[in-house]
Design a protein around this ligand. Structure first.
Ligand code: NAD
Length: 286
């Protein structure tokens, strides 16, 4: 359980998961299957390039085969769909990830829906999302999955707890709310139109901040002994990345808190690797 004081060490926890996965990948390789991930990056967004590099590096560390497909920002939607079709048919590839956001001429829903759900290691395909909502087995989206894993590995019980989620996006807020309900939490959803945000956040046993607003939540929003999970990654003008929570202001109040960087981010990548290995295992069973 990597933890320093009340700080949940996502970086250390993710390293532990990668080393567990490395052993699984070795076993699979001996059995003749090397898990493979394809990452499609459209355009030259520096943040997306950074995320993709991090994912590829993590694959290398664990022994997962990876392919990067770079497309220029003026690429047509049909061309991206053709790449997805090719990857869907490629036996070396078990997982396909299309880095978001995409340029305006491309409809992300059309692209995601084209990915074979059995290779949808981001867990964004409507089939996998639907399975998550009704409690069936499927690929879980990496960030919410990473948060659940963090809570489990920190021995934080969820049953009966009041969890307040700030943010209702399809990739974080909504899916984490369903995963938490699966584990018997009582969940309150807050969003940009919520009035008196602090009224809700102060009632949280566990607070999950996923709004994408630097330091949205400070001392006035948090009651003593709250577990604070900060998903936010907000780049300030000086290039520093900060969370949605004012870490220094609330760290003494919180029973546990995740730092930014080094909290949820590395766990997200670890769960992407986990899903890729799962996809390879599933194929072995077919
Ligand atoms: P999004 O923009 O799609 O959604 C933001 C949500 O926050 C919306 O539902 C909106 O209603 C809510 N919101 C916005 N302002 C608010 C306010 N003032 N009060 C209450 N709610 C408010 O964002 P997203 O894709 O869910 O990402 C959220 C943040 O998490 C971003 O900073 C993003 O970079 C980060 N993120 C981090 C990881 C990771 O691996 N660490 C992964 C995904 C997203």
């Amino acid at each position: 359980m990597p933890q320093t004081g009340n700080i949940i060490d996502g970086k250390g926890m993710a390293a532990q998961i990668r080393s567990e996965l490395k052993a699984t990948v070795q076993t699979l390789s001996h059995q003749g299957t090397m898990p493979g991930l394809a990452v499609v990056l459209v355009g030259e967004d520096p943040a997306s390039q950074l995320y993709v590099r991090g994912k590829i590096r993590a694959c290398e560390e664990v022994g997962i085969y990876s392919e990067q497909i770079y497309l220029t920002s003026d690429v047509l939607e049909e061309e991206v769909l053709a790449v997805i079709d090719r990857l869907n048919d490629d036996q070396k590839i078990h997982g396909i990830l299309v880095q978001l956001p995409l340029p305006v001429q491309i409809d992300p829903d059309r692209i995601i829906e084209r990915i074979d759900p059995a290779k949808d290691v981001d867990g964004f395909h409507p089939q996998n999302m639907g399975r998550l909502v009704i409690g069936q087995h499927g690929f879980l989206p990496c960030t919410p999955h990473g948060i659940m894993e963090m809570l489990k590995r920190s021995d934080i019980s969820i049953t009966g707890k009041h969890v307040v989620v700030v943010g209702r996006s399809n990739i974080v807020g909504k899916p984490i709310s369903f995963l938490l309900q699966r584990e018997h939490a009582t969940v309150t959803m807050c969003h940009s139109r919520t009035r008196e945000l602090a009224h809700y956040t102060k009632q949280a046993d566990i607070l999950i901040a996923a709004a994408g607003k630097a330091h949205l939540l400070g001392r006035d929003h948090i009651s003593p002994n709250t577990v604070v999970i900060d998903v936010g990654m907000n780049r300030l003008q000086g290039r520093k990345v900060v969370g949605d929570v004012d870490f220094e202001a609330v760290r003494e109040l919180a029973s546990h808190i995740t730092p930014v960087p080094g909290g949820v981010g590395p766990m997200t990548i670890a769960m992407l690797l986990y899903n890729t290995v799962e996809a390879a295992k599933q194929r072995c069973k077919e």
